[in-house]
Design a protein around this ligand. Structure first.
Ligand code: TXA
Ligand code: MG
Length: 358
């Protein structure tokens, strides 16, 4: 049996709960309670957040956290983010909260910002932090996520709910495609929203450092606390990143993805060359440009005029190419300002840094 087939063997029954994130959901509540019970029994359950779906586990239980790593096929040296729903849960797990971190929490929590803080020893399963003395924490801005955390009464460790290396899930269907039969349940709260993961900010240094660009932009952080640094590894590609997870190839569709910085006609010429060689060619382009191209499969995740739409549609777009079995994918590049920094960071990773410039 090939490794990929092995990953697909059904090992557990996966429950599916459909809940409504928009109403203050009395109807959804029994389903959320059932999911919370499974978390309390150290089972793993996927749930929506405002960024991407997370694969949740009791962060105090080694047994539960081990199931997360196994279901995803995630390397053990890559620590998880702990999701909380209240200030008191934060105080349980971190040593002290630097004033700068407090200001950021006031400004951006609940929301797509993960803070790295000094961990209070012995409060979490060791596997959550992969042996580091710091812990990544965030409070998600999603009613279903927060109700689930509250109902479980636990800090919930949750990486993105995808098979390791694949694009993160922004729909419950993506979680099912990757993890059905491998996890105890999926809470389906519809599409996630932001679409790229949270910004990871190391607050253990005097000047905080962005380890992973994400839903809260550098510009937004700086309006609250002044200058922040960026981990050189995600700016300059050949250095070792400080967030262990950032060193792995990620977000990658099955076919090779190549970014192209150039005019529409140049990109069309590359497409034509590959098609002349008999290849089935996919293209990821801004919606404004979609009609300018001819390729075998074109996906426009969103609009240049509103880059947040590109972020929310990006992972679904990358996953669509797997469904249509293209041989190669070209992608336009997007401006790196604001949320564009996270978009380009993920696209560069998905492309394994392959870029053609005109
Ligand atoms: O939006 C998100 O952040 C989503 C949702 C589910 O909340 N979660 C997510 O988790 O993206 P994950 O596991 O896919 O990414 C967590 C990132 C990894 O790059 C990991 O290495 C880094 O955070 N990280 C976690 N703990 C860390 C620590 N103590 N020090 C440095 N980096 C850490
Ligand atoms: Mg992930």
């Amino acid at each position: 049996m090939k490794c990929e087939d092995e990953m697909k063997v059904l090992v557990v029954e996966t429950k599916l709960w459909i809940v409504d994130k928009n109403v203050d959901n009395i109807q959804s509540y029994p389903q959320i309670i059932e999911a919370a019970h499974l978390l309390a029994k150290n089972e793993v359950v996927a749930f929506p957040t405002e960024t991407v779906y997370g694969l949740g586990a009791n962060a105090r239980s080694e047994e539960a956290v081990k199931k997360v790593f196994e279901a995803k096929g995630r390397p053990n040296d890559n620590p998880l983010i702990v999701h909380i729903a209240s200030q008191s849960q934060l105080e349980e797990i971190v040593m002290d909260i630097p004033p700068i971190a407090k200001q950021l929490m006031d400004a951006f929590w609940p929301g797509p910002l993960t803070l790295i803080l000094k961990q209070k020893p012995g409060t979490l399963a060791a596997a959550v932090t992969a042996g580091l003395d710091t812990v990544a924490v965030r409070m998600p801005d999603h009613a279903v996520a927060r109700q689930l955390i509250e109902a479980s009464g636990l800090p919930i460790a949750a990486p993105s709910a995808n098979t390791s290396g694949k694009p993160s899930p922004t729909l419950a269907k993506h979680v099912q495609d990757d993890l059905y039969g491998r996890i105890a349940g999926i809470v389906d709260g519809g599409p996630t929203g932001v679409g790229v993961e949270s910004t990871v900010l190391d607050c253990t240094e005097d000047i905080p450092i962005i380890l992973r660009p994400g839903g809260v932009t550098k510009e937004q952080l700086e309006t609250i606390i002044g200058p922040v640094k960026e981990d050189r590894a995600f700016v300059k590609k050949d250095e070792a990143p400080k967030a262990p997870g950032m060193k792995y190839t990620h977000y990658a569709p099955k076919a090779p993805l190549i970014l192209v910085k150039g005019e529409n006609a140049f990109i069309q010429q590359l497409i034509n060359e590959r098609r002349a060689e008999g290849m089935k060619v996919g293209l990821l382009a801004a919606s404004e440009h979609q009609a300018l191209y001819e390729a075998d499969y074109i996906v426009a995740p969103g609009s240049l005029a509103e880059l947040s739409t590109v972020a929310s549609g990006l992972y679904d777009a990358l996953r669509q190419f797997d469904d249509v079995h293209v041989d190669i994918i070209y992608s336009e590049v997007f401006p790196e300002a604001g949320i564009g920094q996270a978009i380009m960071n993920r696209l560069c990773k998905a492309a394994g840094q392959q870029m053609i410039e005109q």
